[in-house]
Design a protein around this ligand. Structure first.
Ligand SMILES: [Zn+2]
Length: 156
């Protein structure tokens, strides 16, 4: 039997690689992948707001778009979104709209998190569809990528 947390850790490492790529390109380092029901990666995304001048260019949105395009359907039922930082209101809303089964995130975002911190957009009892949430997978590593980025930016 596969350990689900170990499986999420492997996916989180892929998301971390996306995050580092975003940081190297000058964007805030957040990365995401979408897994299908079998655990295969069907979407990858990194924050590309600066590069694309797109306010919706968050890692989760980019990864969900790629996953939906791979499936040929907007509905991502059975899929899991794995992201290095707790999603914001926009991305949490998009995850609900996409009917994702599960959101797995790394670092908690106390300033803007919408999956349990500042808001809990995905587990509002008034919603019909509420994705399962697995928080703080490789949280320290995910947080460190962000801290390093902002420290370097302040120094540089
Ligand atoms: Zn977002």
């Amino acid at each position: 039997m596969t350990d689900p947390i170990a499986a999420y850790e492997a996916a989180m490492r892929l998301a971390l690689a996306e995050a580092r790529g975003a940081g190297e390109a000058g964007d805030v380092p957040v990365g995401a992948v979408v897994l299908d029901a079998s655990g295969a990666v069907i979407g990858r995304g990194r924050n590309d707001r600066e590069r694309t001048a797109d306010p919706t260019g968050h890692a989760e949105i980019v990864a969900m778009r790629e996953a939906a395009s791979a499936l040929g359907a907007w509905r991502l039922s059975g899929c899991t979104l794995v992201v290095t930082l707790e999603p914001c209101t926009m991305c949490a809303g998009a995850a609900v709209q996409a009917r994702l089964d599960r959101i797995v995130y790394g670092a908690v975002d106390p300033k803007a998190g919408a999956v349990g911190s500042l808001w809990d957009v995905v587990r509002d009892r008034r919603l019909n569809h509420r994705p399962e949430v697995v928080a703080e997978v490789l949280a320290d590593e995910c947080g460190a990528v962000l801290t390093e980025f902002f420290t370097r930016r302040r120094v540089g």
